[in-house]
Design a protein around this ligand. Structure first.
Ligand code: ZN
Length: 233
């Protein structure tokens, strides 16, 4: 240890090295601590956590600091990535918890025709612990759907048009919520995550689309898909 410290001091004090080299050298001796879930990024398809059937939260744990911390992390990540729903496995925790929120300002991302045809409507922050889903209307609607765990792509998925979610909220109280249109779609998508299902399992395969394919052509392939975002709130 002593030798390492002396060597590092010598490098940083006596040699006029570029700071990037200094950082590289420091990191070489002090590797970053392993990243443990709950993550502040979204797990990507291929991660085994997205394929496991998530475990129920023991009812007495619903109000525990651990579960409250997990819910807070899920809400932060959902808002950071501007998504409308997130399931706990998407931040690396295999528990049956989902969060949903359709903010008013998201409306600006859609044309009014699209907003109407997809039956979108705002939804206040909604938390479900151990949710169960009941279909209220078996009529199916097909629209392109995307997932932060398959970042950069979309595909058409048929979903029931009305569902009922039943479970426990963040305060440990029994709760049920009827949802239709786009919010019913979000609920079905997040429920699937709790059973290890990703929308690519259900989509019409020939509709699978890289959402930036035009930009790839326009920018001669110089396009990146990022898997991180800075916290905005
Ligand atoms: Zn998803």
């Amino acid at each position: 240890m002593f030798l390492v410290q002396v060597t590092r001091r010598n490098i940083s004090n006596s040699v006029p090295v570029a700071s990037s080299f200094g950082r590289w050298y420091r990191d070489f001796w002090q590797p970053a601590p392993a990243n443990e879930p709950p993550y502040d990024h979204v797990t990507q398809i291929g991660d085994p956590v997205l394929r496991k059937k998530a475990d129920p939260v023991p009812p007495e744990m619903a109000k525990s600091p651990e579960v409250q911390y997990l819910i807070k992390s899920m809400v932060n990540v959902m808002r950071k990535f501007s998504c409308v729903g997130l399931a706990a496995p998407q931040i690396g925790i295999s528990l049956r918890i989902l969060v949903m929120e359709f903010k008013e300002k998201l409306k600006d991302e859609y044309t009014s025709a699209e907003y109407k045809i997809k039956e979108m409507e705002t939804l206040p922050l909604t938390v479900f612990i151990n949710p169960e889903l009941k279909v209220l209307n078996y009529e199916k609607k097909t629209f392109p759907e995307a997932c932060q765990s398959v970042r950069g792509y979309s595909g058409e998925v048929a979903r029931y048009s009305e569902v009922l979610l039943r479970g426990v909220d963040e305060n440990g109280s029994e709760k049920e919520l009827a949802l239709k249109g786009w919010n019913a779609r979000i609920a079905q998508h997040e429920m699937d995550h709790l059973d290890g299902i990703v929308y690519t399992d259900l989509m019409k395969r020939n509709t699978f689309t890289c959402t930036c394919w035009q930009a790839v052509n326009e920018k001669r392939g110089r396009v990146s898909i990022f898997f991180h975002k800075k916290m905005i709130n």
